[in-house]
Design a protein around this ligand. Sequence first.
Ligand code: ADP
Length: 483
Amino acid sequence: MCRGEAKKMLKILFVSSEVAPYIKTGGLADVVGSLPQALNKLGHDTRVVLPEYKQIAYKYIKKLEHIISFNTKLAWRKEYVGINQIKNAEVKTYFLDNKYFFWRDNLYKNNDRALQFAFFCRAVLDMLPRINFKPDIIHCHDWQTGPLSLFLKSEYKNKEFYKNIKTVFTIHNLRYQGKFSFEILDDILAVDKKYWYKGLIKNNNLINYMKIGIMTADKITTVSDTYAEEIKTSHFGEGLDYALKFRENDLSGIINGIDYNNFNPEFDKKIYVNYSHERIRGKLENKLRLQQKLKLAMREKTPIIGFISRLCRQKGIDLLLKVIKNILQEDIQFILLGTGDPTYEYALKQISKLHPDKTSINLKYDSNLAHKIYAGSDLFLMPSEYEPCGLSQLISLRYGTIPIVRETGGLNDTIEPYSEYNNSGNGFTFTHYNAHDMLYTIKRAITFYHKPEIWSNLVQKAMKADFSWTKSAEKYSNLYKII
Ligand code: ADP
């Protein structure tokens, strides 16, 4: 590659339903909130667009300035689109406004999701000439943006402005797909029936937005190498493994990084005391203050196991519930922060009633408390059934909190099991989705926690590891250049 080519600057548009810090339900928001910054540091002009949801905090809404408004065609409909932009943002971010579609109490539980997100995709494409931004790459994220490439390639490509725009589609979690009945083909998508018969949009006699993204984007990525392999199998493929195998030459895995400015114990304002691998004593102070806050006994030498997660099957809550009584027989404290499935919430509440002295179960979404738990815990449990990448284990490492994970997806690619023979590894892992394997691994981790030399070596290594975006942003940059 000649030098000029290596430095080629690209115009990139990220299209996503969630972007941190504006709106977040999971890791997708973190990725879209931080990867564009890393790409811009490489010299690209990366911008972001998201729906202007009702749930976006007023402190951001009040910074918005209106740029333009226009109407977007959606089958037989004509819908208002307002484009607002946040003032002085590090990354140019467009908020796509339509109160009817996005001023809702729920992000994804609405009955007209097919309409909401087809509208979003078309409105994004219609916005581009109006804001005079012709991207080289449109980078779409998850099922909500699946139809964008289809619209681009079926209809918009005939207009001069859209020629040569390439698309990348990233799968953050294959389980959530956006499946809708055939009727939306004419009523919402309004594309030729040949796309249905060619199998580009159809899955089990339904229209599947995730499949549309997979079949119509120029390149498909997912968020770890292991998950990129796993989803081509029927076990992890969520019914779309055949489509992913069909596109396997265009599918690759790029591991997520985390935003090292946001997650940095040296400067984090959300934790009690700042610390670094050179000033590690501050971590203990965070532990004691966390115990005090959550009304647990302030005990230096009792390991705290942290757990921060959406409470859904994917995250291994079933394993946890199966052996929680055995775990609590150890001299440990268990701190959980999460919301989700009411059955899990109920079961966890019962556990906290039975073991108030050893558990702190916090059933809410609370970013401040999350940082305090990352900083104050000794171990972090992530026994996922599957995990496309996982950010929490990377955040834990950054705060010197040692992860215990199941070897799947990104957990497999980022956590290497500790070996007492050569002191290698940065965490504790188990292979099978089995509660007793997890229990054994937790007990093993506790044993090493009580060997201060080994433990402090593990903590140091964890904190010095580099899981920032730098390397992965380079990989995306290289991918964009070869499309
Ligand atoms: P997923 O995207 O599948 O939910 P990840 O590990 O990739 O899982 O990312 C989850 C992110 O959401 C992490 O930053 C984690 O700290 C945060 N998070 C999850 N649940 C909560 C909660 N209840 N309160 C605060 N932060 C949470």
